[in-house]
Structures are given as structure tokens and as C-alpha cells.
Design a protein around this ligand. Structure first.
Ligand code: NAP
Ligand code: ZN
Length: 356
């Protein structure tokens, strides 16, 4: 089969590889119908990471066609149109019984597709546990909507959920790419009163307002913590969701969140090694009463079914996030390059592999 391989830092190559084996007794073999590159793929290829294994195939945002299922699979059959969650916890791990789903076997064990398993940028890919992982795509959802549920929407909502938002809370969402936009939608659904968003791309600012942001501030106009504090009478916001930005945003989040009851929920990725600065003063020298969460997106079948229910019943529509469309597996590389460049009118792309 044809596969796009992450061969060395900064490089992707097309290779002819053997298709993956169907894993007995619960697995499924799948072929992509629609794909989207993720900012995480960009970080992996261009951020100095080295391939985790030989013929490392990236890709974890995918709607797929079931090709084959193993003998004990109950809910899926060849030909089914399915969504594949980006995060695929091992639901048989004992740590799941303690509520530790995304890091159950090891740190980041929930993020396997395109990381420790061959990913979706290929003609075929396999998953080991179909019934706990795959999701039937409801007929009422468009491909774009379904595709945006598997990573972007669940990540944004994870950010909002860990922000512990109560009715009427003030929330700052740092970063309004696809993830931050869905964090705004999540914060709105959870009852945020005022939402301040941080970003500059015009299409993102417009959508941020559409999903519920009241104020938009630019990190290019000075310290965002100062801008948030000056808009909130020096008190700061109840919650901060970090969904974009460089290493400096973490300290800014600590600066701008309220003393005593403030919560920071980070879903942003900080590349490289070293330290994130932690401000001593605004953390009350360790006693400020500010809570910090750092989260990988929630995944698995039930989670994505929940996201799809939000779309199906009209609470959130992630369709406008898809600003660019491509046709054919060959276009993944171009789509990934666009994801890297992030033009003013770009948010997410969809590569259509099979016409549905
Ligand atoms: P994106 O499209 O690149 O959006 C990043 C946002 O951050 C943009 O709005 C950008 O503003 C803003 N930004 C850039 N520099 C900033 C700064 N110095 N201060 C404040 N804001 C700044 O990225 P995305 O696709 O939405 O992804 C967001 C992050 O989530 C990435 O780090 C990605 O790796 C991560 N992620 C995490 C998970 C998870 O499981 N936790 C899952 C998926 C993705 P402008 O573009 O307007 O300049
Ligand atoms: Zn992703």
C-alpha cells in the first residue's frame, strides 16, 4: 500500500509498504475516507522530533471505511462508515478503573494512532479494538462535521471541561485556531458568562465571535495578561483555557486567572525541552489558590459519540472550521504544508480520499 512516512526530522516520503495485519480477536482493518492533518503532525514533522519507529506513518484525524473485522467484533462490519477517535485509550488497562484513561499503560498511551501505531496517512490502517474505539457516523452529519469531532472538538471541549466553568464565569481562551474555537464553543455550552479570546487571524476572530467570544484581544498588542486584567478591573478571569501560543503564555495564564478560585486548563503543546516559566508573584509565592490542569484530549467511542450528539442536535456546528478541501490521498502533504503555514484564511483542511 501507499503510505506517507515521517522518515527524518522535517521530512515526509511516500513509500510502498505492506498493509497492516488485522488483529484478532477484536481488531479492524480500515481505509481512509476523509483525513485532516493536525497541528500536532506539524509539530512532529517540523518541530525537531525524530521518527518513533521505521516507516513511521503519521495521521490521527480520520473518517474511514471498515474493510475487515476480527472474529469477536460485534457492532461493526465491512463497508461501515466510521469515525476514528484521535485518542484511543486501552480500555482493558487496569489503570482505567482508577479513572486514568489517557495515560493508563504509560504516559501518553492514549495517543497511539500515528504515534506508536501506524497512522492514517496511508491506503490502509488497523486498530486493535473496534467495538470500544470506532463510532458509526450518523447520517445527519456531514463528513466535515464528523471529521472535526474526532480531535478538534473533543480537544477544545476537554479544555473547557477541565476549566471547571460554572454558570456566568468569565473565561479567557488563549489561541483561537481550530482547538481554541472549539474551546470557546465548549465554554459557551458549559455556561460561561463572558468569554475573552486571544488571536489575530481574521477568519478565526470572526468564528470566535460566532462561537461565543465577547472580546477579542491580540497578543501582538502587548502582554495579554495585562490586557485581560485591564478589562476585568484588575481581578482577572475565573478560568483560562490555553489552546495556542508559545512558552510565554503559561506564565501569562497564571498572571490573568483569579486568586482563590481561578482555574487554568491547558491543552496547548509546548515543543522542545527546558522549562516553562512559572511566575512567583502571581502564583502567590505558591499560595494563590490557582488550579492548573494539563490535558490530552479525551478519546474513545463514547466520547466521540457525545461530541456527535452535540452536533446532531444543533448545539455546536464545527463545519465552518474546514476552510480548505483537497481530493485524493496524494494531497495530504500539501494539506500538511498549509497547516504549517496557516494563511490568514486557513483554519483546517479536509482531504477527501473516497467519494461518499
Ligand atoms: P493553531 O491553528 O496554530 O492556533 C494557535 C492559536 O494560538 C492561534 O489563534 C494563534 O494566533 C495563537 N497564538 C500564537 N502565538 C500566540 C501567543 N504568543 N500568544 C497568544 N496566542 C498565540 O493551532 P490549533 O490547531 O488550534 O492547535 C492548538 C494547540 O493545541 C497546538 O499546540 C496543538 O498541538 C494542540 N493540540 C493539543 C491536543 C491535546 O490533546 N491536548 C490535541 C490537538 C492539538 P494567530 O494565528 O492569530 O496568530
Ligand atoms: Zn490532533
Amino acid at each position: 500500500m501507499k503510505a506517507l512516512v515521517f522518515s527524518e526530522p522535517g521530512k515526509l516520503q511516500w513509500r510502498d509498504l505492506l498493509p497492516p495485519q488485522l488483529q484478532e480477536p477484536f481488531g479492524a482493518l480500515l481505509s481512509p475516507v476523509a483525513l485532516s492533518p493536525c497541528t500536532s503532525d506539524v509539530h512532529t514533522v517540523f518541530g525537531g522530533s525524530v521518527p518513533k519507529q521505521e516507516n513511521h506513518i503519521l495521521g490521527h484525524e480520520c473518517i474511514a471505511r471498515v474493510v475487515k473485522v476480527a472474529s469477536q467484533v460485534v457492532d461493526f462490519k465491512p463497508g461501515d462508515l466510521v469515525a476514528v477517535p484521535a485518542i484511543t485509550p486501552n480500555w482493558r488497562a487496569v489503570a482505567i478503573q482508577e479513572g486514568n484513561d489517557r495515560h493508563a499503560d504509560d504516559h501518553f498511551s492514549g495517543h497511539r494512532l500515528g504515534r506508536t501505531w501506524p497512522g492514517t496517512f496511508a491506503e490502509y490502517f488497523a486498530i486493535p479494538d473496534a467495538d470500544t474505539t470506532l463510532v458509526h457516523v450518523p447520517a445527519s452529519l456531514t463528513l466535515e462535521q464528523a471529521l472535526m469531532c474526532v480531535d478538534v472538538m473533543t480537544t477544545g471541549f476537554t479544555g473547557a471541561e477541565y476549566a471547571e466553568i460554572k454558570t456566568g464565569d468569565s473565561v479567557c481562551v488563549i489561541g483561537i485556531g481550530a482547538i481554541g474555537l472549539m474551546a470557546i464553543a465548549g465554554a459557551s455550552c458549559l455556561g460561561a458568562g463572558r468569554i475573552i479570546a486571544v488571536g489575530t487571524r481574521p477568519c478565526c476572530c470572526e468564528l470566535a465571535r460566532h462561537y461565543g467570544a465577547n472580546d477579542i484581544i491580540s497578543y501582538k498588542n502587548g502582554d495579554i495578561a495585562e490586557q485581560v486584567l485591564s478589562r476585568t478591573h484588575g481581578i482577572g478571569v475565573d478560568s483560562v483555557i490555553i489552546a495556542g501560543g508559545n512558552d510565554g503564555v503559561f506564565a501569562q495564564a497564571v498572571d490573568m486567572v483569579r486568586y482563590g478560585i481561578g482555574t487554568i486548563s491547558n491543552v496547548n503543546y509546548y515543543g522542545g525541552n527546558g522549562m516553562l516559566a512559572f511566575p512567583k508573584f502571581s502564583s502567590g509565592r505558591g499560595m494563590a489558590g490557582k488550579t492548573i490542569h494539563m490535558e490530552l484530549a479525551k478519546g474513545g467511542r463514547a466520547r466521540i459519540e457525545r461530541m456527535m450528539r452535540m452536533v446532531e442536535y444543533g448545539r455546536v456546528d464545527p463545519q465552518p472550521l474546514v476552510t480548505h478541501r483537497f481530493q485524493g490521498l496524494n494531497e495530504i502533504r500539501t494539506a500538511l504544508e498549509m497547516m504549517r503555514e496557516k494563511a490568514d484564511n486557513f483554519i483546517k483542511s479536509m482531504v477527501l480520499v473516497e467519494n461518499v
